[in-house]
Design a protein around this ligand. Sequence first.
Ligand code: PDD
Length: 280
Amino acid sequence: RIVHVNGDYLPEEDAKVSIFDRGFLMSDAVYEVTSVLGGKLIDFAGHATRLARSLRELDMAAPCSEDELLAIHRELIARNDLDEGLIYLQVSRGNPGDRDFAFPGPEVKPTLVLFTQAKPGLADNPAAKVGIKVISIDDIRWGRRDIKTVQLLYPSMGKMMAKKAGADDAWLVEDGFVTEGTSNNAYIVKGGRIITRNLGTDILHGITRAAVLRFAREAQMEVEERPFTIEEAKAADEAFFTSASAFVMPVVEVDGAKVGAGTPGPVAARLREIYLDESR
Ligand code: PDD
């Protein structure tokens, strides 16, 4: 695999980042995951805009322009002959040469890393045909989940709690309401209405979420942006989640209770189809 580090294209085994890099020592880094279908980047503009916002919110310098980032994504697709998969991008505050809580000055440049992940069959994921199971867990993450930082320890733990419970993923609950999934935005459908938490600092502003809600409204589906509870999810007609790596994924079980018929519902199936058709 050919990866990108600070302007260079290298075989992955030759790519190096300092042990003093703040991404490594402090989780002082932000990231984006963009999908690739048929060699085409899906919604690059949305991901680039969110990256710029994450950097701004953390007072972190941009490693290069948006056009340069696009060129790097395209170059990696070409060099790795990537047809279907993901591109991971990470920007950290760089390497100050030692460990210190205070941010370094502008002389320390950000570290930019990108790599591809080939995922043949990503769009035809068989899980989308049977749906997945989620458990609910407490949301104990920090309060700025709208910034896409690499602080992913708790989401990783949530994923492991789900696996241990025989499920696939976890939905996070705060003050009685679902915030989002470990790495996706959460939705229910009740009486034809699509319900998903409104944007704020408590969830990531999903790029797939924005696209799916736009397509839903264009298709005259009713959308309600408000928090919902796990009890509502269990009693819903359908549930699903969205992310750049899973697109629209039906959820058929919540905390062991079947959602609707316990099979993927028509709204999720339709939104998945529209999303894949429109983005490709
Ligand atoms: N995760 N919420 C969280 C906490 C996420 O980590 C993600 C994305 C989303 C969905 O956002 P988007 O539609 O822009 O992918 C929501 C990525 C895919 C990841 O960490 O791999």
